[in-house]
Design a protein around this ligand. Structure first.
Ligand SMILES: *[C@@H]1O[C@H](CO)[C@@H](O)[C@H](O)[C@H]1NC(C)=O
Ligand SMILES: *[C@@H]1O[C@H](CO)[C@@H](O)[C@H](O)[C@H]1NC(C)=O
Ligand SMILES: *[C@@H]1O[C@H](CO)[C@@H](O)[C@H](O)[C@H]1NC(C)=O
Length: 366
């Protein structure tokens, strides 16, 4: 055997031994602490894990970046967007050993429980953008015992990836005779189905939308995951009963809000499809005023509870019965109450105003 062949053989044997381990299963004990510099069997130190907690926007890198990562590294990264946003990450540079050194990106708060979005290895992945579907993204980087490379650097931000924004929305349709005519009721439905939601990114990676029809002391409702597209959603709206106006007299504002806020209440989660890590919004169409101050206060008990749970309440007055100023205390604030004098004024510009209102953040911003 000549020397060249021997070397080749040695390489092959080495390759069999040291490379291409099965993908390492992320290990919980590595989380929430920095990996110490430890000599591994091959004598190459492990990399020092960077911080593991990130919020808002910033930069994440592999261990030791811009120097090479170490051998046997295992580092976790937890990225959190403010309520109402999702995480988007973009790689500026990415180079790892293609067979064996992996970055796992999970669509959710934990590498243990969240679905895997993508497993990355190799190079030429720069500029690729990945998005979470909720406010959380987590990542796990693992390297094997040989061949360390530069690794990765990525910037992340808190963004909206859905149109008009990443929220889960209940749209409550008013079925009361205070709308005036049955034709008005149908105009309201047509507005919701054919104008308000036509531009929305409806579905599990965008906005989940659940329509509710409320009248007297009942409601008809659909789950948030019943509609996976705009046309699904339009069918749900159009599936509401045909003649809700006849005999549907107003009971009280208290009853209306007890019915409708129940579907947003986290203590009362009978509705399927709400996602955790996504802001909840109730858009409530109204055609009537409270009976009196006591009724307003009684309704406010329900809306206060919902708002204290972090949900947004947008109120939409459908006619001049509704005093916008009087409704502000039942909403998330003055910018969350809109109105028209008549349902015939429900148009595309007004739809855009509703979409903007529900995308506001009452609390923190990125
Ligand atoms: C990353 O940074 C670039 C350059 O500043 C920017 O254009 C891009 O939007 C950023 N991407 C993310 C996901 O933050
Ligand atoms: C609307 O409500 C506000 C606040 O309750 C009140 O001051 C105002 O007089 C009301 N407007 C009408 C037209 O009733
Ligand atoms: C739909 O989106 C287009 C383009 O962004 C915009 O011009 C239009 O006003 C939107 N329509 C509604 C009803 O929001």
């Amino acid at each position: 055997m000549n020397i060249f062949l021997v070397r080749l053989l040695t390489l092959c044997i080495l390759a069999t031994f040291v490379t291409c381990d099965p993908p390492a299963v992320p290990h919980k004990s590595n989380y929430n602490r920095k990996t110490k510099l430890v000599e591994n069997a091959a004598g190459t130190p492990r990399g020092e894990c960077p911080n593991d907690q990130y919020t808002g926007s910033g930069m994440v890198t592999s261990p030791n970046f811009p120097s090479n990562y170490g051998n046997g590294d295992s580092c976790a990264y937890f990225l959190t967007a403010p309520d109402g946003y999702v995480i988007q990450i973009q790689f500026i540079t990415f180079t790892t050993e293609a067979c064996c050194d992996f970055l796992y990106i999970y669509d959710g708060p934990s590498p243990i429980i969240s679905p895997l979005l993508v497993r990355l290895a190799g190079s030429n992945l720069a500029k690729t953008v990945y998005s979470s579907s909720t406010r959380w993204m987590s990542m796990q980087f693992t390297s094997d015992q040989t061949n360390n490379m530069q690794g990765f650097q990525a910037n992340f931000s808190s963004v909206d990836t859905a149109n008009p924004c990443n929220r889960d929305v209940v749209i409550a349709i008013d079925g009361h005779s205070t709308l005036g005519t049955e034709a008005n009721y149908h105009k309201q439905i047509a507005f919701a189905a054919n104008t308000l939601v036509t531009n929305w990114t409806v579905g599990s990676t965008g906005i989940q939308v659940g329509p509710v029809l409320y009248f007297t002391d009942e409601s008809e409702e659909f789950n948030l995951d019943d509609a996976q597209s705009v046309s699904d959603l339009q069918n749900l709206f159009n599936g509401f009963r045909q003649h809700p106006i006849a005999g549907q007299d107003l009971d009280s504002m208290e009853v209306a809000f007890s019915l409708v806020t129940g579907v947003v209440d986290t203590d009362f989660p009978f509705r399927q499809g709400w996602r955790t890590g996504i802001q909840r919004v109730l858009v409530m169409f109204l055609s009537f005023p409270p009976n009196d101050d006591a009724d307003l206060q009684a309704a406010k008990v329900y809306t206060d509870k919902i708002i204290s749970q972090g949900a947004i309440i947008v109120l939409v007055g459908l006619n001049s019965n509704v005093n916008i100023t009087q409704m502000i205390p039942l909403s998330s604030g003055p910018n969350y109450v809109l109105g028209v004098n008549d349902v015939s004024q429900l148009n595309a510009a007004f739809a855009t105003s509703i979409s903007s209102a529900l995308c506001q953040l009452p609390a923190s911003t990125p």
